[in-house]
Design a protein around this ligand. Structure first.
Ligand code: ADP
Ligand code: MG
Length: 528
């Protein structure tokens, strides 16, 4: 069943084709024809499957444009979602000039809303609290309301709107059409449906129809205390445009967002403790690219539709199997490909296997990106940029300067270019900023490496590149054999292959870093 087979009005058909929707999604194909008959609907489908259109199209088709009373109420959990849904209604009703709609939500000037309502609005999209407020003030009258939609019903209940919803439903005339859409159908929603709907058509898009095919799914095995480090490597290697990182607690989202900010990323946390205006600010920043990383809890991120998210990271595995699909569904939208990476610690592998079974999906193990991978990505990025500059900019003055340098010294232009690349990479290699914890003091690290301690750190104006240069240079080992460099204020840990450990310790005995004599020794073993 496609849009063209649904007998929709020419105005809607035209708007749909302007939106570029080629075919109806499964929930739309099933829900729209039923809803057009006026039947009550319970629609369950995963986030990102087009539920909004599934109710917006029939609601618009069933509005009487001549009647200027409020005829349809759309209840949404947050301002953000109300605006999103109102936006979709606007686009779909672009050619229906006599249909007016208004988003209403708390936090916005109620006097303004009242003024707009008085001008005649047929569709109100809003949060339950504010809609109830208008009903009390009689600025929204119920007599002519013939359609009520509960959008993202599960989230509305999670947010404690149950009483408000019941108050609203009990005041709207009973012969209305009631549609309920939700990603999940926990018991309280089924109760609500049973109580306030009549002979509802149950539409459930089974999980196997969920479109996760165009999402690549991997997991990394990581130690709990290494998650932040691995997270920044993942971000550096994949270099995504927009990323959503999921954590299980509000506190963790804030911690991870802070940690990332300290490491120089543009990240913000989104969780239920934020006030509405703070949430809006976070979402606005993410939408317009001011931040490119959102660190969110499941509930805070649900239903939010941002296109162009190319990476989802499960920093914590979801507590509920079903959430996995909701989370990764944030990427790979509208036919684009996406990437989902999950962090798995120790015994959580069993949890992951359960998720795979439950979601009928395959998540493949991938080794954690190494620092080499990170460097390679950066180098490729630099070369791409260079290519652009070489093609588009006049470099004659620069060439002259380099020619002068080459002529007056023993260096070749290749030396100069290499030094530039090194300088660039060093300036981009931020170290970790967390404090050392006791379990950092282990000398055996994965892959047959040893961890060494050096008594200089960030406060000494030393950069990871200086450490890399000193270790590789003094010990005469290739730089790529030097592993992770973790810098703290006053000291640094550096990993080298176990077989070079002694060699490096010996060679570094009389080494200086940034003109300062250093002390290097094996990192202490775990203390507990
Ligand atoms: P849900 O409410 O199920 O989470 P949305 O209604 O927010 O999903 O839709 C998700 C995205 O899919 C939106 O960007 C929407 O514009 C787009 N979309 C909806 N229907 C179609 C369709 N038939 N074809 C292509 N894209 C669609
Ligand atoms: Mg939705």
């Amino acid at each position: 069943m496609n849009f063209t087979d649904m007998n929709l009005s020419p105005e809607i058909n035209r708007a749909i084709s302007d939106l570029g929707y080629e075919e109806a999604t499964p929930i739309q194909a099933k829900a729209i024809p039923e809803a057009l008959t006026g039947r009550d609907i319970i629609g369950q489908a995963q986030t990102g499957t087009g539920k909004t259109c599934a109710f917006a199209i029939p609601v618009l088709e069933r509005i009487n444009p001549e009647d200027k009373h409020v005829q349809a109420l759309i209840l949404c959990p947050t301002r953000e979602l109300a605006l999103q849904v109102a936006g979709e209604f606007r686009k779909l009703s672009k050619y229906m000039h006599d249909v007016k709609l208004l988003p209403v939500y708390g936090g916005q000037d109620i006097v303004k809303q009242i003024r707009s309502l008085k001008q005649g609005v047929q569709i109100v999209v809003g949060t339950p609290g504010r809609i109830m407020d208008h009903m009390r003030r009689k600025t929204i009258r119920c007599e002519h309301i013939a359609q009520v939609v509960l959008d993202e019903a599960d989230e509305m209940l999670d947010m404690g709107f149950r009483d408000d919803i019941e108050t609203i439903l009990s005041q709207v005339p009973e012969d209305r059409q009631t549609m309920l859409f939700s990603a999940t159908m926990p018991q309280p929603i089924r109760e609500l449906a049973a109580h306030y709907q009549h002979d509802a058509e149950n539409i459930r898009i089974a999980k196997k129809e969920l479109t996760v095919e165009n999402i690549e799914q991997y997991y990394h095995e990581v130690r709990r205390d290494r998650k932040d480090e691995i997270l920044s490597r993942v971000l550096d290697v994949y270099n995504p445009e927009l990323t959503i990182i999921f954590c299980n607690t509000k506190m963790k989202t804030q911690e991870v967002a802070n940690e990332l900010s300290e490491r120089g990323y543009f990240a913000e946390g989104l969780h239920g403790d934020l006030k509405q205006n703070q949430r809006d600010a976070v979402m606005d920043n993410f939408r317009n690219g001011k931040t490119d990383i959102l660190v969110a809890t499941d509930v805070a991120a649900r239903g939010i539709d941002v296109s162009g998210v190319d990476l989802v990271v499960n920093y914590d595995l979801p507590q509920d199997d079903e959430y996995y699909v909701h989370r990764i569904g944030r990427t790979g939208r509208a036919g684009k490909s996406g990437l989902a990476i999950s962090f798995v610690t120790g015994r959580e592998i069993y949890k992951l296997k359960e998720i795979m079974r439950y979601c009928h999906t395959k998540i493949k193990l991938k080794p954690v990106p190494s620092l080499d991978d990170v460097t390679n990505t950066r180098v490729n990025y630099v070369f791409d940029r260079l290519e652009e500059i070489m093609q588009e900019e006049d470099l004659s003055k620069m060439s002259e300067l380099i020619e002068d340098k080459v002529n007056e010294s023993d260096y070749t232009s290749l030396d100069v270019a290499s030094a530039f690349l090194k300088m660039y990479l060093n300036s981009k290699m931020g170290g970790s900023s967390e404090e050392a914890t006791d379990d950092e003091y282990d000398d055996e690290v994965s892959g047959g490496k040893v961890r060494l301690f050096i008594n200089v750190g960030k406060k000494d104006h030393v950069k990871p590149g200086d450490i890399l240069g000193a270790v590789a240079g003094e010990a005469k080992i290739p730089g790529k054999l030097v592993g992770e460099i973790k810098m703290y204020d006053k000291f640094t840990f550096v990993e080298v292959p176990a077989e070079y450990g002694e060699n490096v310790l010996h060679a570094m005995k009389h080494a200086k870093i940034k003109g300062k004599k250093v002390n290097i020794e094996p990192a202490k073993k775990e203390r507990h």
